[in-house]
Design a protein around this ligand. Structure first.
Ligand code: GDP
Length: 258
């Protein structure tokens, strides 16, 4: 069956595992994708695959830069009014990883965090959690732990990848940055998150970060599929079963505050 979707943008093609930000706080520091994943994907290229989607949620204090982080990557803009116009629960970003179509559903809180009351549908079923803090605000780093606790109430810790992202790198002096990074790396080690420092304003680190999120999430999905499928043919690993599709469908109604 031919896909109805347009081809993936050439700048969203991932052929090699992108590097981590720092080996001191990385989910793993291997040079390439897991050998089983490579082997499985080589088989996949020969068959028509469906699609695979991972839900990624972005949490953190108000004004740490969550929306700007997403809009810089998805729209290549740094637009203050983006949030007002977003009007949807998530952005869909399509990639091709090792020749296999793969999409990230990037969920923005769209201001719900202002009321400390985020609908559970927002958190539920996440494959990756991006904990955002502002590199110029120690308080926002302290609060990252609480955001993690909230998000974990709706998720299985053994199957979620965590990323801790410091934003607004352009605002910090080298000394401030060094101090905050030390604290952030300490927290990353403790919660087993991968640490990144970026700037949505200048764009620094944004593409590399999301490519890493896409790659590691893809790798984890394929490995989980391989494990779950047991004796299923390698060529079938990415094809979603009906039950998997059901689980991954976003809720029909728009997430509302409790
Ligand atoms: P959210 O509430 O976490 O979604 O935060 P926003 O993305 O709306 O950003 C809050 C404020 O921080 C806005 O005024 C942005 O212009 C600003 N901001 C976001 N990212 C950056 C950045 O990388 N550098 C600078 N200098 N300001 C940023």
């Amino acid at each position: 069956m031919k896909s109805m979707l347009p081809p993936v943008r050439r700048d969203r093609i991932i052929a090699q595992l992108p590097e981590c930000f720092t080996p001191d706080a990385a989910l793993h520091t291997k040079d390439g994708f897991h050998s089983q994943v490579m082997a499985a994907c080589q088989g996949l290229k020969k068959v028509t695959v469906g699609f695979n989607i991972a839900k990624v949620i972005v949490v953190g204090d108000v004004a740490v830069g969550k929306t700007c982080l997403i809009s810089r990557f998805c729209k290549d803009t740094f637009d203050k009014n983006y949030k007002a116009t977003i009007g949807v629960d998530f952005e869909m970003e399509r990639f091709e990883v090792l020749g296999v179509p793969f999409s990230l559903q990037l969920w923005d809180t769209a201001g719900q965090e202002r009321f400390k009351c985020i609908a559970s549908t927002y958190y539920r079923g996440a494959q990756a959690i991006i904990l955002v803090f502002d590199l110029s605000s120690v308080g926002s780093l302290d609060n990252a732990r609480q955001w993690l606790e909230e998000a974990m109430k709706e998720n299985d810790p053994s199957s979620v990848l965590l990323f801790l992202v410091g934003t607004k790198k352009d605002l910090s002096s080298p000394d401030q940055l060094a101090h905050m990074e030390q604290e952030a790396i300490k927290l990353s080690e403790e919660i087993r998150a991968e640490y990144w420092a970026v700037s949505a304003k200048s764009g620094e680190g944004i593409r590399d970060f999301f490519f890493r999120v896409a790659s590691l999430t893809f790798e984890a999905n394929v490995l989980a599929e391989l494990e779950n499928s047991g004796c299923r043919k390698v060529g079938d690993i990415i094809r979603l079963t009906e039950s998997t599709k059901e689980q991954q469908k976003p809720p029909k109604s728009k997430a509302t505050c409790c």
